[in-house]
Design a binder for this molecule. Structure first.
Ligand SMILES: Cc1cc2nc3c(=O)[nH]c(=O)nc-3n(C[C@H](O)[C@H](O)[C@H](O)COP(=O)(O)O)c2cc1C
Length: 174
């Protein structure tokens, strides 16, 4: 995720990285909406124009931790926002998990637009010298997904007309 956020920040966009595993696990699993960490998480998402969701694929679906995090957001917590789903996995057999499992959930939470999801094979993540690089094909595909995301993010002209329910932000349509 940091790899992706560095590329986003290079376009002058402010980014925040929320790691679901660092949110108070008891509050998360008990759905304690009044917990300070859950509130802070929810407020950070509320302020964002776009959200990139990264998850490993476990058992042919997105992670349970991600579901727990989505469950503590408001019903229409993605209203008016652009979403980019990213997944890592060991097998191309589960490349569609992002589309058949995660995408409908994001859409049901009011996303204005969920751009084409991107799946990165574990074997294309080359770990070296305490960091990592991506195989050229994977880097190229990820770059294209990010360009789609940034493009959708920049087109806010019709924002008030799209997504469900109508987003609370006051964008002007000319
Ligand atoms: C319990 C478990 C289940 C997994 N199930 C799948 C799977 O169904 N499909 C798949 O492509 N990869 C599967 N994997 C591989 C993970 O997706 C891969 O290790 C992960 O993307 C690496 O990211 P991480 O280091 O953030 O966990 C599984 C891994 C584990 C540990």
């Amino acid at each position: 995720m940091d790899h992706v956020l560095t590329q986003i920040a290079a376009h002058g966009i402010e980014t925040v990285h929320i790691r679901a595993r660092e949110i108070n696990p008891q509050a998360l699993l008990q759905g304690r909406f009044d917990d300070p960490e859950i509130k802070a998480f929810s407020q950070t998402v509320a302020k964002a124009d776009g959200v990139i969701i990264a998850t490993p694929i476990f058992k042919a679906a997105y992670s349970g931790l991600l579901k727990a995090a989505l469950d503590v957001l408001p019903q229409f917590g993605f209203a008016g926002k652009i979403l980019l789903p990213l997944g890592t996995g060991g097998s191309l057999a589960h490349v569609l998990a992002l589309d058949y499992a995660l995408r409908p959930v994001l859409q049901s939470m009011g996303a204005r637009h969920v751009v084409q999801a991107q799946f990165v094979l574990e074997q294309d993540i080359i770990i070296e010298d305490g960091g990592f690089t991506l195989a050229p094909g994977a880097e190229g595909a990820l770059g294209e997904a990010l360009r789609n995301f940034l493009h959708s993010l920049s087109d806010r002209r019709h924002a008030p007309l799209l997504g469900h329910p109508r987003p609370p932000t006051e964008a002007v349509v000319s």
